[in-house]
Design a protein around this ligand. Sequence first.
Ligand code: FMN
Length: 102
Amino acid sequence: MALRILVVHYSQTGQLTRIVRSMLAPLAGQSDVRIDWHAVVPEPAYPFPWTFRTFLDAFPESVYLDPPAVNAPPSEADYDLVVLAYQVWFLAPSTPLAGELP
Ligand SMILES: Cc1cc2nc3c(=O)[nH]c(=O)nc-3n(C[C@H](O)[C@H](O)[C@H](O)COP(=O)(O)O)c2cc1C
């Protein structure tokens, strides 16, 4: 039976997604490994580039791990391994992924 991996990721520039794809590349080439990719989409979307005001305004939610509304990821029960690929926002996991933390 194939090893099932779910990658839950959020990136504004695509940089973090490229990093995690590179890290998982050795596994992605294996016939007995299946990797599903779930891009987290916050609603409303965060701006990019950020204005100074919106950047500072993200501080309280970031520190308190208060997540925005996001599209629902697949059930973790269907996977052997879940990889959470998140940016660091104000020394905390970025809010789009905060709701996915165990
Ligand atoms: C609101 C906000 C807060 C951030 N806080 C930090 C931080 O505390 N430490 C850090 O190293 N990077 C911080 N960053 C940079 C992010 O970790 C990340 O490098 C950046 O958002 C680009 O990610 P991306 O290229 O995958 O979109 C912050 C970025 C944002 C937007």
